[in-house]
Every structure is written in C-alpha cells, then in structure tokens.
Design a protein around this ligand. Structure first.
Ligand code: NAI
Length: 328
C-alpha cells in the first residue's frame, strides 16, 4: 500500500459530510491502495454530534481508515494535510442580510486560508464546498499567499453532474457518453450550463438533441434551480449528490480525468474575460495531480452573455468580501 494521506473535512458533523466521509474512507477518492488519516473539523457546539459520526466510522471497520482525529481548531485539522474538503460554512439564518452572510463567511475562510497557509503541505489540494463557495475560495486564496497557485478550488461539479444527467436523458445516451460539457460561472442560479462544445461519440450533442428552445428555456434554468427543487421535495438540501460531486472533483484532480472535461471553480488565468484571480467555474482537464483550464475555446454570443452575467455576480461578491476584509 501507499503512504497514508492526511485529509481534513470541515463541517464534519453536517449533512454533506455524513455522506462524504464514508465514501472517502472507502477509497473513492484516493483509490484502494491509499490509507487515510482523517481530520474532522467542526465548531465547538458540534463536537458531541461529531463523536457520533466517529463511532459510525469506527463501526464500518474500513480497512483504509488508519486514524480519525476530531478538533475545532483549523491549525490542528490542517497540520501537514494532503487534501481538504471545506464543507462547513455559515448558513443564511432567517432575516440575515446578504452582507452579514458574506461577512461571516469571509471571516471563516480568512482564518481557514491562513491556517492552510501556515501548516498544510505545500502540495495540498483544497476543495471549498461551503457557500458562497466561489467567493469563500477566493477569500481563502487571499489568505494563503505561500501556497502554490491552484491549491484552492471551489465546487461547481454538482451543477456539472446535474447538467450531464439531464443532457444524457434527453439525448437517450448513457451519462458517460456525454463529453466536453462545461458549467461556467458561480455556483448559484446564474451558473451557465454550456452544451456548445459537448459531444456524444464525436457528434455534437446540440445537433443530436436538436432543440435549442429546450436547452435555453428548460435545461439551463432547471439545472440552475435544481438545488431549490431538491430542497422543496426533500425538506432538506442536497447532501448525497453534493458529497458525490465533491468526491468526483477531488478524485479527478488526484487521479486524473483521462482527458475528459470536468468543471471546477478555479482562480482565473484571465481567459474568456474572467478577471484574473476570480474563482469561477470553467471546464478543466486533470492529469498527474494538476488541473488545467481548457483554453482557447470559441464562445458563441449566447454563452458569452451567460458567462458574463455570472462573472458580474462573482465580481460583486468578491468586492463585498474585499470590503469586509478591509474593515476587519
Ligand atoms: P449542515 O448545516 O448540515 O452542516 C454544516 C456543518 O458545518 C455544521 O456541522 C456546522 O457546525 C459546521 N460549521 C459551520 N461553520 C464552521 C466552521 N467555521 N468551521 C467548521 N465547521 C463549521 O450543511 P450541509 O448540508 O452539510 O452543507 C454545507 C455547505 O455546503 C452549505 O454552505 C451549503 O450551502 C453548501 N453546499 C454547496 C454546494 C456546492 O455545489 N458548492 C452544494 C450543496 C451544498
């Protein structure tokens, strides 16, 4: 077997973590030959519940799970880690202003970014899941200047997977057959699912489905509103599918995407009129532990407009976070 990897999960007593941890411990991210030392981070008031999660992890007798440590201190959780899933964040309470929500999260991700900067391995791979995920990742990046560019990413994979499933169903093909799908922008209702480059066995997906009205008026808004639809139906927000997307994102980053496009929230390199540094969903490919945004795509006017609207929202979130950090 390989040397164990040290993996931190924040929000470890929460819903998403309850689906994520068991798959992680089973080897779904790092493979069947890599033991895992788990670091579970949550708030002081969640530590009792967290002990219950630890008991259940113990009771699974996962062969790969070599140790579990619980803590409310990011410095302890992130010490020498190889990877982190930052799932915990401040949810919007009733009557809470958007600015207060942003401020609470900016403070959390400033602290966690600084902790990563101080103690994580320089090769650490970080996935921010907690919302507002893109802007939280941006804040963490600002607080982690000593980590290499590209160490901290955000999750848009759930939107990617949602779109992939809908496209495949509509085209009547297995979901794996859909390639070169992109989800651009913010993980919010402005995200933009883009079929313009997508193919099925080398043929255009758009050509195969041949229904531009469905794409524009049904697919795009339904993917954007899917989180709300799940929440209304289930009475609780997406958890298993969010955990699955987090597993997919990290697995592809670590093990490679085999040439397939996967959408990730990454610090922009200035392409497609996305301001440099903004954390934005883009198509990438992953190889040898490194992700590379797909460059040089021709975007049609509809896609450019969709992306620009989401980028505008990200700029506003970033500037609000910046103002909060400057005031602090
Ligand atoms: P949850 O409320 O069940 O769990 C959140 C956990 O985070 C709680 O145990 C809480 O105590 C903990 N927490 C809060 N602040 C923390 C901090 N500063 N440090 C460590 N732990 C902290 O929420 P759930 O359902 O697990 O969702 C977690 C987050 O993921 C939410 O922000 C949600 O909006 C987001 N999300 C993101 C998606 C994406 O695609 N990017 C998809 C679905 C959810």
């Amino acid at each position: 077997p390989n040397a164990p990897v040290k993996v931190a999960v924040s929000g470890a007593a929460g819903q998403i973590a309850y689906a994520l941890l068991f798959r992680l411990a089973q080897g779904d991210v790092f493979g069947p030959d890599t033991p895992i030392d788990l670091r579970l981070l949550d708030l002081p008031q969640a530590q009792a519940a967290l002990q219950g999660v630890v008991m259940e992890l113990d009771d699974c007798a996962f062969p790969l799970l070599t140790s579990i440590q619980t803590t409310d201190d990011p410095i302890i959780a992130f010490d020498d880690i190889d990877a982190a899933f930052l799932v915990g964040s401040r949810p919007r309470a009733k009557g809470m202003e958007r600015r207060d929500l942003l401020a609470a999260n900016a403070a959390i991700f400033k602290t966690q970014g600084a902790a990563l900067n101080a103690v994580a391995k320089r090769s650490v791979k970080v996935l921010v899941v907690g919302n507002p995920a893109n802007t939280n990742a941006w804040v963490a990046i600002q607080s982690a200047p000593d980590l290499p560019p590209g160490a901290i990413t955000s999750m848009i994979r759930l939107d990617h997977n949602r779109a992939a499933a809908q496209f495949a169903r509509r085209a009547g093909v297995p979901v794996d057959a859909v390639e070169k799908l992109a989800v651009w922008g913010n993980h919010s209702p402005t995200m933009f699912a883009d079929w313009s480059h997508a193919t099925v066995e080398g043929q255009s997906l758009a050509g195969l489905i041949n229904d531009e009205t469905w794409y524009r008026d049904t697919l795009i808004p339904e993917v954007a509103r899917r989180g709300t639809a799940v929440l209304e139906a289930r009475g609780a927000s997406s958890a298993a599918s969010a955990a699955n997307a987090a597993i997919n994102h990290m697995r592809d980053w670590v093990q490679g995407s085999n040439g397939r496009w996967v959408s990730m929230g990454v610090a922009s390199i200035g392409q497609y009129d996305i301001p440099e540094g903004l954390v934005c969903g883009v198509p990438t490919t992953c190889r040898d532990g490194v992700y590379a945004p797909v460059t040089g795509l021709e975007l049609d006017a509809f896609t450019r407009a969709g992306l620009a609207a989401s980028v505008q929202e990200l700029i506003e979130e970033r500037d609000a976070a910046l103002a909060v950090l400057a005031d602090a």
